[in-house]
Design a protein around this ligand. Structure first.
Ligand code: G3P
Length: 215
């Protein structure tokens, strides 16, 4: 399973990259705004900065809601760097745009996916990735991991090539469950990746080894 970092923060990206386990980055308009990145020029420059930090797929989201606007933005983003994956929301216009971009050979990530039906549309349109939002389904008392499992199983059954990118990951248990159900990618905040390193028995075991070695 690949690990993507879900952030637009360059320091966090640099930190996660230093662990040697980072495969890519996902961003969204909220994460870009959190970093104070506003305006087309600044947004494009920031995506380029991320691409220069990480040699892996970098999801950059369109802001337009209409088909033509999405395609125009997608072309600008894709022209920025070969690692850019254009993130497009799972709407009717979005699925149409993904279909066109697939025919043009541009990689896409179909985002804001909350049902198996939406995942089917993303795969049929040829999306490179589909992004089910695990935490946001859990927030409304649905089961986000079950959706990831269903998408993985159905894509396998029908031979779809779209990769399942579990998003809206909130804690380490989400990561482990994604691994168990066969997600291709989990995109996580830095804090979640860091929490995977920690185990109290590792700490106490290490403390004892060090103490014994000094006897
Ligand atoms: O990858 C999507 C993610 O950024 C959304 O996470 O925690 O806002 O649901 P969250």
């Amino acid at each position: 399973m690949k690990f993507f970092l879900d952030t637009a923060n360059l320091q966090e990206i640099t930190e996660a990259r230093s662990y040697g386990i980072l495969d890519g980055v996902t961003t969204n308009p909220s994460l870009m705004a959190k970093e104070g990145i506003r305006g087309k020029k600044a947004i494009l420059a920031h995506y380029l900065a991320i691409c220069n930090l990480v040699d892996g797929d970098i999801s950059a989201e369109v802001l337009a809601l209409d088909y033509k606007g999405m395609l125009d933005e997608a072309h600008e983003l894709a022209d920025l760097h070969s690692n850019i994956v254009v993130k497009i929301p799972c709407t009717m216009e979005g699925i149409q745009a993904i279909n066109t971009l697939t025919q043009e050979g541009i990689s896409t990530n179909c985002t804001l996916v909350f049902s198996l039906g939406q995942a089917l549309l993303a795969a049929k349109a040829g999306a490179t990735y589909v992004s089910p939002f695990v935490g946001r389904l859990d927030d409304i008392c649905e089961d986000g991991i079950s959706l990831v499992a269903s998408i993985v199983e159905c894509y396998d059954t029908y031979g779809f090539n779209t990769e399942v990118l579990a998003a809206s990951i909130r804690h380490p248990q989400h990561v482990v469950r994604c691994l168990e159900v066969g997600a291709d990618v989990a995109t996580c905040p830095l804090s979640v990746i860091q929490s995977l390193f920690r185990h109290p028995l590792t700490d106490s075991g290490l403390a004892k080894f060090i103490a014994d070695s000094l006897k």
